[in-house]
Design a protein around this ligand. Sequence first.
Ligand code: SAM
Length: 223
Amino acid sequence: MKRAPNFDHLARIYRWMELFTFGPWLARCRFAFLPRLLNARNALVLGDGDGRFTARLLQQNPSVLIDALDASPRMLQALVLNASPRSGRIRVHPADARLWIPANPPYDLVATHFFLDCLSTREVADLAARLRPHLTPHARWVISEFATPRSPFGWFIALPVVTALYFAFGVLTGLDRFHLPNHHQALSQAGFTLLDRQQRLGGLLVSELWSPAEHLGGQSPTG
Ligand SMILES: C[S@@+](CC[C@H](N)C(=O)[O-])C[C@H]1O[C@@H](n2cnc3c(N)ncnc32)[C@H](O)[C@@H]1O
């Protein structure tokens, strides 16, 4: 297995890099489904970097406990700092998500924002299969990701943008991937169902809500 990319030296400047390149758009993706996550009690947040989603979730959901996992110790430090004064509800795990055994299941929420793109399709499928038995039946998995739609916009705009991002993160962190994983295929194979999807910037950015239930019935606590 290849080593996880090293985001340590980006921890302090990550939010400014994002603001400079995408303005408010990535934040809009992260928070798109937040109002539907306010009943979650035990969340697993993977690769949240400097923790802006974690901080907002803790702020808006006064009961949730969060397992925050990231391969970068500096990112985790920034996450705890950003979540202050609510960081007492975070359990921090400096680890590689591809190897990690869930520490405090069952979870009713999983969040991965711009994290699955650090993995291959196979790795996303393995992760999803490993996590699913540790989720409650009504759990939600909220995802933000880049996408390359099959359209002229996808071929001529989205694909070059995503390729340039992979190149930049390859240089900056050692990430050695050049295309997005097929997380739809990976999650579907593991038994997850897509509940809702929003897209932004012509389909370059997507926000999604998934359920671990293959066949859905009834109303869930998280909507
Ligand atoms: C592109 S950043 C995304 C940060 C944040 N979620 C956001 O919305 O901007 C990817 C994050 O995932 C972490 N990461 C990448 N590969 C990982 C792995 N295999 N295991 C755990 N964390 C990983 C990195 O350290 C980094 O903090």
